[in-house]
Ligand binder design. Structure first.
Ligand code: CA2
Length: 141
């Protein structure tokens, strides 16, 4: 059987994972964790990764893969709480999206409680640390 095509997309500042604020976001870099995930799902998933600090680049990537991939795992970082354009991109493509947040955004500042993306997504995974990405990948299998 063909492997599923799944992409993890990380938004702004998530390139700093494991390097800053470990009390909130942990000690592991995303690149390290991505290797673990790739190995774990090697038999059934072709797992891709994209990170950008730029809203337009995130939208371009969603357009690029959004008509052929089986799933998008998206942590849009701070754009979650601001970006109608990203929300529109999720709605515009065919591939289903799962929204992920490493921290429990609902236990943090009020401005993190609202997401423009959640109602465009098939599910959300919040507050489980990096394991949330794993759970999101599993949800597509
Ligand atoms: O909890 C999450 O995954 C967030 O999407 C992370 C965003 C934040 O704006 C959202 O409200 C919740 C921030 C990403 C910043 O990532 C950093 C990682 C390491 C050090 C500093 C920032």
């Amino acid at each position: 059987m063909a492997k599923k095509q799944i992409i993890i997309i990380n938004g702004p500042n998530l390139n700093l994972l494991g390097k800053r604020e470990p009390e909130i976001y942990g000690h592991q870099t995303f690149e390290q964790y991505f290797e673990v995930l790739k190995d774990k799902y090697e038999a059934s998933v072709e797992l891709h990764y994209f990170q950008s600090n730029h809203e337009g680049a995130l939208i371009d990537k969603i357009h690029e893969i959004g008509f052929s991939f089986d799933g998008i795992v998206l942590n849009a970082g701070g754009y979650t709480h601001t970006s109608i354009a990203l929300a529109d991109a999720i709605s515009a493509v065919k591939s289903p999206t799962v929204e992920v947040h490493i921290s429990n955004v609902h236990a943090r500042e009020a401005f993190r409680h609202h997401s423009y993306l959640s109602n465009r997504c098939v599910g959300i995974m919040v507050g489980f640390g990096l394991r949330g990405y794993d759970f999101a990948v599993q949800s597509f299998l």
